[in-house]
Design a protein around this ligand. Sequence first.
Ligand SMILES: *Cc1c(COP(=O)(O)O)cnc(C)c1O
Length: 391
Amino acid sequence: MDLTDATRTVHTPVPEEGASAPLGTPLHLDHTFAFPSAEAMAGAFEDPDGPYLYGRYSNPTVRALEGALADLEHGTAATAYASGMGAVNAVLTALVGAGDHIIAQRALYGGTHALLADLERRWGVQVDRVSGTDPDEVRALLRPTTRLLYLETIANPTTRVSDVPALAAVAREAGAVTAVDNTFASPLLFRPLDHGADISLHSTSKYLSGHGDAVGGAAVLADAALHRRVWEHGLELGACASPFNAWLTLRGLKTLALRMPRHSSTALELARRLAGHPAVRSVAHPDLPDHPDRALAARLLASGGGVLSFDLHGGRAAGAAFTEALGTARLAPSLGDVKTLAMAPASTSHHRLAPGELEAAGITEGTVRIAVGLEDPGDLWKDVEQALGAV
Ligand SMILES: *Cc1c(COP(=O)(O)O)cnc(C)c1O
């Protein structure tokens, strides 16, 4: 039966357990499994879908999460990791070697940006950076050694939307793999694999687990052979998912279809109100009519997501003062939580960057990012308004 996301997120597959069945996925903590024969055990070393062997290879609770995520992202197979950065690292280092070429979006999650810089400096990997919206820019940079096009669905903190179908089509013609970090959208708002990407990456620490209590990551792949390559490399990397975090993530997933529309609608409401405030220079959210990628967002995304950013007239000091004055919303990193989290990058995560470097990352001195939670929108606006008064 063709079920919708709201039903599929609630009814993720539960392993069979005899005549009656548990409604939820059991939490299996065991990391070592016993075999009836040497031959059966030998096979398990080679097969990502084979019998359970050892926790770094797989585990029943982790595999249940992988199955649920593959299903939601319309993929063939998925691997869960200890963190989002574990997933990013597994994919990049499985598919790219010394001398290979990557085309990556310019505005990327900080950890990914640092990893790419490391691959360039220490491994001799060549990286070219693109806007994420212009296929001709990608075409002009292709080389025979181009292995990977790396994008994010919605960029942080600019909320720029990348044109995954157009760019992935260019990469595919050249035989390069397209990987998309889909953390900001979740499969409820966008499915990269339906638009020509080969890999969808997640920090499940964010919307998928949804409650700020389980660090994790995942890579969902369209192709079984590519999945096997990434899985095998992951055994060496060792960033395997914890069964308990996989269990928490499966539990969080059950309300994803309720949470995502609410995150998006509250973010848009705050963005609209911020746009009319005199302390605010500009506001970015993909669902605002004046967003530079509004048409693309309307075509590709179910809604614009729970993250908005805005620029305060008062610069760095104003950004810090605003976030420190918040009461209901909290000054904190991360996103995808039930609670609203806000930060000003120039005074926190990016405080070491020179003005030119800030600008290259799409950040101004007065940029504030709000990762909207599930609180009442009116209560949130009251809090934001009083904090703007403190600027
Ligand atoms: C948080 C985040 C990551 C890293 O995930 P961790 O689970 O913190 O390792 C990667 N990409 C994006 C877009 C993120 O927001």
